[in-house]
Design a protein around this ligand. Structure first.
Ligand code: SF4
Length: 455
């Protein structure tokens, strides 16, 4: 088998990052070696995101630039995967004749055969964008089993996909169209994957899905009866796993049983990303979010009762169609009352085939920009205040990078912690106790005190 170089550029969310990892592993079996240099690549694959207009524009400008590369090297295979491929497959084919391959979100398992046909000149173009209703992961366990345990520094944490798609149809969101309807992966497959990863030295697992807390409502396996809290408990019981996280959750599916997990599962990190999107009930209704702010605040209070040190993160969209000054003021009020540790905030943009793209009362760009700046400025202040609360504390952190002069680590609450000195050798994936002595808005600084007893 002749080795070939594969360059993947990934845009967007953790689901896409995970898909890129799967693609790398699938193609490694075919002799493709990952490269960081697109100039060396035999195959360039852009794994795309269409959740915001800006991300999609970046994809198209990168694809435009690859036209020249393809002229220089006609044997180069240029492919597009992910949400833009899913949504705009035909358009890409028409607008970009230099793109050889378009593969949708649920068809990445077909990449080896598609590439074989292209490399063997059996076909000149490949497109596969069907959205299937079955969970598309089965071959992956076999691939993992073939991978030897690796001491490589970045191999201490991994994402594990537990579901795909979404049934919520928020009025602004492309996901039900790009990832299909919600379907939960078989429990046995998830546990097997986690066990294999932990046996290979993985210390931290993040369970991934568009709406993880509705796991188990639509199952890939008939008769499987397990809820997300049940899954969390079973994954947490895998011996050797040190940290467990999950993302993303919908407030309407956040049950008391799930909140209780934060009090009862020791390795579940005290960090919860709970997207609220707006502080206004009127806007939430138009977004089709199916909860009110009173409902959301109730959940926040319960979460903090179960786990007082939990760090909350959220997503905010400013300038949704029809968002009045009073609606935006309600978002700012919500920020003051919850005091999120961090947030991802964006200006609303119309996305193709979404309901809100058809709403008439769009907000002018400069108003959206002003609102975003005001929100982010206040969030930065609150994030700093939250980080200052950690000063003087001794907390458990997991080492992420021990190459640099200052060691980088992460707290259970998801804060980046730069560690200035270490009395012992530390490696990625090690848990250590650190005293926090400086706080910034995006990170903390501290000193290693001793290794954690959970090391
Ligand atoms: S919950 Fe709403 S925003 Fe999240 S993926 Fe589903 S439709 Fe999109």
């Amino acid at each position: 088998m002749m080795n070939k170089n594969l360059y993947i550029k990934t845009f967007g969310c953790q689901m896409n990052e995970r898909d890129s990892e799967i693609i790398e592993q699938l193609l490694a079996q075919e002799g493709y070696i990952p490269t960081d240099n697109p100039g060396d690549a035999d195959v360039i694959l852009i794994n795309t995101c269409s959740i915001r207009e800006k991300a999609e524009q970046k994809v198209f400008s990168l694809l435009g630039a690859l036209r020249e590369e393809k002229k220089r090297n006609p044997d180069l295979i240029v492919g597009v995967a992910g949400c833009v491929a899913q949504q705009e497959g035909e358009q890409i084919r028409e607008r970009m004749p230099h793109v050889d391959l378009v593969v949708g979100t649920q068809q990445i398992y077909r990449l080896p055969e598609m590439l074989q046909r292209l490399a063997g000149k059996v076909t000149t173009r490949e497109i596969a964008t069907n959205l299937e209703s079955a969970f598309a992961i089965p071959p992956f366990q076999k691939l993992l089993k073939d991978v030897a345990p690796s001491p490589a520094p970045q191999n201490y944490r991994r994402f594990v996909t537990i579901m795909q798609g979404c049934n919520n149809f928020c009025s602004y969101c492309v996901v039900p169209g790009t990832r299909g309807r919600e379907i939960s992966r078989p429990l046995a497959d998830i546990l097997e994957e986690v066990e294999i990863l932990v046996a290979q030295g993985i210390k931290e697992i993040t369970l991934l899905g568009q709406n993880v807390n509705s796991y188990g409502q639509t199952n890939a396996v008939a008769g499987q009866a397990v809820t997300f809290p049940g899954l969390l408990r079973q994954v947490a019981a895998v011996g050797g796993l040190k940290r467990l996280r999950f993302t993303t959750s919908h407030p309407k599916d956040l049950t008391d049983e799930l909140m209780r997990c934060f009090a009862e599962i020791e390795i579940l990190c005290p960090h919860f990303h709970l997207p609220v999107q707006s502080g206004s009930d009127a806007v939430l209704k138009r977004m089709n979010r199916k909860y009110t702010i009173a409902h959301y605040l109730d959940k926040v209070e319960s979460l903090r009762r179960y786990r007082p040190d939990i760090a909350l993160a959220t997503d905010i969209i400013v300038g949704f169609p029809g968002e009045s000054e009073a609606d935006f003021a309600a978002t700012m009020e919500l920020l003051e009352s919850v005091r999120f540790h961090s947030s991802f905030s964006f200006k609303y943009s119309d996305r193709p085939h979404t309901r809100s793209a058809g709403f008439a009362d769009k907000i002018p760009e400069e108003v959206k920009s002003q609102r975003l700046t005001a929100f982010q400025r206040r969030q930065d202040e609150i994030s700093l205040e939250r980080n200052i609360e950690s000063l003087g504390n001794v907390i458990e952190v997991m080492i992420e990078d021990s190459h640099a002069a200052a060691v980088k680590a992460r707290s259970g609450a998801n804060q980046v912690v730069h560690l200035s000195s270490s009395p012992v050798d530390v490696y990625p994936g090690d848990l250590v106790m650190a005293r926090i002595n400086q706080a910034g808005k995006h990170s903390l600084k501290g000193t290693i005190m001793l290794q954690s007893t959970r090391r």
